[in-house]
Design a protein around this ligand. Structure first.
Ligand code: GAR
Length: 221
């Protein structure tokens, strides 16, 4: 039967596409039961509709307050009865009240090795900081931005001559297998989060899992 996954996205939707493909071919024991967006004209909404996935998309400026938009979107999310909510390039800050409706089961993929570079422009910031290594993280969403427990990471080298664009492309190529492996582990019951503590095969996870070259999650060395 599989887990019911709700995806939130604002952008082109390549991470959504990776999830749809992996649910389709059985790498993830689950299915995407809805796509929720603050950008009705986004590629993510188009991808969902092409795949026959229910898509809810509204512009926030039609709502009186940030909380009113969140409440409408999270009512729509609750209506699809998700087991898991995945923010896959959702670029709007989610308020505390909405997050509190789904504690410990909302994940976000962020394009940096958290806790380094929360927020925006992560690739340019990694270059400006002279980082030798960069990457992506999947973490549990809590009210503080990009600060929830990190479940898994994928690392890439920063190369001489990199621009924010070349570095972003190298990271994105690893984001897709990272998100698929993390969501697959979650849906398979190997990975979870209880009371804010990530668990891997039942034991508390002391450090983020690392994505290996074969797209598998491994405990940090
Ligand atoms: C991804 O790089 C994701 O990590 C990032 O947006 C991009 C979405 O790409 N997310 C954030 O920056 C969240 N703060 P996609 O629409 O092709 O999946």
């Amino acid at each position: 039967m599989g887990r019911r996954i709700a995806v939130l996205a604002s952008g082109r939707g390549s991470n959504l596409g990776a999830l749809l493909d992996a649910c389709g071919d059985g790498r993830i024991d689950g299915r995407v039961v809805g796509l929720f967006s603050d950008k009705p004209a986004s590629g993510a909404v188009e991808r969902a509709r092409e795949a026959g996935v229910h898509a809810w998309a509204m512009k926030p400026n039609g709502f009186a307050t940030r909380e009113a938009f969140d409440a409408a979107m999270f009512d729509a999310i609750a209506a699809v009865q998700p087991d898991l909510i995945v923010c896959a390039g959702y670029m709007r800050i989610i308020g505390q009240a909405a997050i509190a409706r789904f504690p410990n089961r909302m994940l976000n993929i962020h394009p940096s090795l958290l806790p380094r570079h929360p927020g925006l422009h992560t690739h340019a910031r990694a270059l400006a900081a002279g980082d030798a290594e960069h990457g992506a993280s999947v973490h549990v969403v809590i009210p503080e931005l990009d600060a929830g427990p990190v479940l898994a990471q994928a690392r890439v080298p920063v190369l001489a001559g990199d621009t924010p664009e070349t570095l972003a492309a190298r990271v994105l190529a690893r984001e897709h297998p990272l998100l698929v492996a993390t969501v697959a582990a979650w849906c398979g019951g190997e990975l979870g989060c209880e009371g804010g503590i990530p668990r891997w095969h039942g034991a508390a996870l002391a450090a983020p899992l690392q994505l290996d070259g074969e797209g598998r999650l491994r405990p940090a060395a």
